[in-house]
Design a protein. Structure first.
Ligand code: G3H
Length: 255
């Protein structure tokens, strides 16, 4: 049984006071729910901007909210101005890191082989990489969505020698921040295809144990349907993760 994971990607939003207020509001909701004997049935993860991680560390860890970075470098350390290593993320309390988000692929020219290298370094640092994949509108309209996603999964997974949990996140690029979402049928088809690739590469047991998240305009209003879709093991939430009420409503929509 895969426990659902609701992950908030705050992207490049919020100053320290905003981040702290958001984390504290979430922690408060969790505490209330635990005291009432109704804790959410999912794991919670927040991925704030790098500079907020040390500031949020104790609030997150006291509330048992996992923290993740939004990216890491593929190298362990060295002359990489402006970059952050996986070990640095672990050092400030992260247990996850997003890799290969479409905004990184678009804005920074990251290719799947770069994503695989980052995922591999993340595993070595003891982090769980959340490997993001997804097709563009043009690719879907051309009937190439499944091919594109399958090849992104194959090429973005760390080498088979790497051990440790990975999480996959399917985010159709055209659904990110647009208010558009894939239909449940499309999501089920893509998630099923991703699980098949995982089974092919890593075997059935690993494929069945691996969480595959959906991302792209997940909101309180559509969360229950998306989270109830076959092979959907959680959500990677952007805009709606910036409001504690909305993120909490998504978390509590987990079946
Ligand atoms: O990482 C999160 C995704 O890019 C989804 O963002 P969104 O929920 O604002 O569409």
């Amino acid at each position: 049984m895969r426990r659902k994971l609701i992950a908030g990607n705050w992207k490049m939003n919020g100053l320290s006071r905003d981040g702290l207020a958001l984390a504290e509001a979430l922690a408060g909701k969790l505490e209330e729910a635990r005291l009432a004997g109704t804790p959410p049935s999912c794991d919670l993860l927040i991925c704030p901007p790098f500079v907020l991680l040390p500031i949020l560390r104790s609030t997150a860890s006291d509330a048992e909210i996992a923290m993740g970075g939004q990216d890491c470098h593929a190298a362990e350390s060295g002359a990489h101005t402006g970059d952050t290593s996986a070990a640095m993320l672990a050092d400030v309390g992260c247990s996850f890191v997003l890799v290969g988000h479409s905004e990184r692929r678009q804005d920074h020219g990251e290719r799947s082989k770069d994503v695989a290298a980052k995922a591999s370094t993340a595993l070595s640092a003891g982090l769980t990489p959340v490997i993001c994949v997804g097709e563009t509108r043009e690719e879907r309209d051309a009937g190439r969505a499944l091919d594109v996603i399958e090849s992104q999964v194959r090429d973005s997974l760390p080498s088979a020698g790497g051990s440790g949990e990975v999480v996959l996140a399917y985010e159709p690029v055209w659904a990110i921040g647009t208010g558009l979402t894939a239909t449940s049928a499309d999501v089920a088809e893509v998630h099923g295809a991703i699980r098949k690739v995982l089974a092919d590469l890593r075997g059935d047991a690993t494929a069945q144990a691996t969480r595959i998240l959906y991302g792209g305009s997940v909101k309180p209003a559509n969360a229950a349907e998306l989270l109830g879709t076959a092979d959907v093991d959680g959500a990677l939430v952007g805009g709606a993760s910036l409001k504690a009420e909305d993120f909490w409503a998504i978390a509590t929509a987990c079946p």
